[in-house]
Design a protein around this ligand. Structure first.
Ligand code: FES
Length: 352
């Protein structure tokens, strides 16, 4: 289209020489508001019998939802976990999983379907135009909103239709029970497992490299020895969880270099035994600086001073490494004189 084809009134302002006014001559609104379509009453609006039928349909869905929730609980309690059934076209499935999924799915679906049917057939469907306004509402607008909300509540008939109200409340109240019941599948409570390790009075300290009981003369100044409790075997099914709590590191320090009085009491001739599990987030500590008696966790560089109660001297760890009280038995082997007196490993859960 050439400039000659453009109608006179549609020329841009600059072309008309009136750009300084900043206004554009606009033809009559090309997108006139078509307005609201005329409201067409539904059958339920004019026929009370049809409204009653819809009400019963909605109530039926809520009642079926309640039954499905009860079915979920019954399935959870009665169906054995190892029962397999054939379901066409899925094939062989766990009867318990299938029943739980089906009943819980139905319970939720029926609540949703009931609410949608209620809204589409019984709640008011009169369209309302809402003019745009500023986000911060004036007090009178807020009052209007509350008044509209109350009007909406009235129009939903929730007060006039107690059958729907009660069955809906019943369905909504029951459906969370399904979530409560499956909490039981979270497994047994940890009880004191996080606070106890395999160490106990009389348990020998076993060298993790040689698998032999340690004698004091095996631990030389400057060396770092890793030990585990007597009786713990790699073949045990819970070996990893037990060693993760009971892993020990042993060093020998000249008794006169030990600054902490309790540490000295719990040692044997300068041999001290500490948990190897970092108190930050539980990495195994493996780096020993023999001149300073510092041990370093490789994960986030927490550093502990083994000559001063294994207190934290650097890094994010929250508290000192737990010490194991040790002694020597009648045969001359190093033994524990009890369990750790505080939980080993990350400290955030016990300090909360
Ligand atoms: S786990 Fe040891 S410093 Fe983070």
């Amino acid at each position: 289209m050439s400039s000659q084809d453009i109608p006179e009134e549609k020329h841009l302002p600059s072309e008309q020489g009136d750009a300084h006014h900043g206004a554009v001559a606009v033809a009559d609104d090309p997108f006139a508001d078509p307005g609201m379509p005329a409201h067409r009453p539904r059958i339920q609006d004019i026929d009370e019998a049809a409204a009653k039928r819809s009400e019963r349909t909605v109530a039926l869905m809520f009642v079926l939802s309640m039954l499905s929730t009860i079915g979920f609980i019954a399935a959870f309690v009665t169906i054995p976990i190892d029962k397999i059934v054939y379901i066409f076209p899925i094939g062989k499935v766990s009867a318990l999983n299938f029943s739980l999924g089906l009943t819980l799915g139905l319970a939720l679906f029926l609540i949703g379907a009931g609410a949608v049917h209620w809204a589409r057939t019984l709640m008011s469907d009169v369209e309302i135009a809402d003019e745009r306004h500023e986000i911060a509402a004036a007090p009178e607008v807020k009052a209007q909103v509350m008044s509209d909300f109350r009007a909406g509540t009235d129009e939903s008939n929730i007060t006039r239709r107690p059958l729907i109200r009660r069955t809906m409340l019943g369905a909504l109240a029951l459906v969370p029970l399904a979530g409560v019941v499956i909490l039981r599948d979270l497994g047994p409570l940890p009880e004191d497992k996080l606070r106890k390790t395999l160490w106990a009075k009389g348990k020998l300290l076993i060298n993790q490299n040689t698998n032999e009981p340690l004698r004091p003369e095996d631990v030389t100044v400057g060396s770092l020895t890793f030990a585990q409790p007597e009786g713990l075997e790699e073949e045990q099914h819970d070996y990893m969880s037990q060693i993760a709590k009971a892993a020990l590191m042993i060093v020998r320090i000249q008794p006169e270099d030990i600054k902490d009085k309790k540490e000295l009491e719990w040692s044997h001739e300068g041999i001290v035994a500490y948990s190897k599990i970092c108190t930050h987030v539980g990495c195994p500590i493996s780096l020993y600086e023999q001149q300073t008696h510092h041990v370093l966790c490789p994960c986030h560089q927490s550093t502990f001073d083994l000559s001063d109660g294994a207190r934290v001297i650097f890094g994010p760890a929250g508290h000192a490494l737990p010490q194991l009280r040790i002694g020597v038995n009648a045969e001359g082997f190093l033994e524990a004189l009890g369990d750790f007196e505080e939980p080993v490993g990350p400290s955030f859960w016990e300090r909360g």
